[in-house]
Design a protein around this ligand. Sequence first.
Ligand SMILES: [Zn+2]
Length: 227
Amino acid sequence: MIQDFKPDFLKVYIKANELLVSSNIINEFPFSVTQFVKTQSSIPCRKFSKAKEYGVDIEAFGSESAVTIKDEGNKTIIFYNHDQLPQRVKFSILHEFGHIYLGHNFNEKDLIVYNNNEVETNCFSAQLLMPEQVLKELKLRGITIDEEFLMQTFGVSKLAAEKRMENLFKNSSNRTPEEKMYDDIILAKFMPWINSIVPPRFDNLFEDEEERQREREQWKYKNINRR
Ligand SMILES: [Zn+2]
């Protein structure tokens, strides 16, 4: 068997886009990650405190935000640490779900493959929580996309926002037709939410452009102060 020694960014991006389009839980941001996992799989998400009921010793995973474990009956369960910041826990649950959804082996011994899997599921989670197409549209409408904006508007942790900023729009200008396939439908789906963050630009309406610009500024301001 030929091993892949690089993360498969194309696969991950497209799989996340398919879910953005098809999920009826993801209609706005932030969305409920536990609800999302529930509708996408039969994998339960349970609090660490419930682990005992499943015969699982969670103590060994105390420092993690979420872990995937098979219980005594060989059933896959995602346990999450509800004592940690919800933003962090949310990302971790999605990270675990990503491993399962992308078909990763949880007992991967090959360090390169293991690391690639980590990168893949993190990209997958980031695209679901902060879709590139949505961020691009917000940017076009004059929003400055930075860590603070991502944290406040998409409800992600500082770390997740930082990581997103590192790679954001890096590939967006040379996306292949295959990768762009979902762009229009994603934008159409999230347009009401995007409009709630910042009204659309009407570049062809010169008369009231100034007024609209003021309106946009107000929305921007309103958004920045939203928690
Ligand atoms: Zn992982």
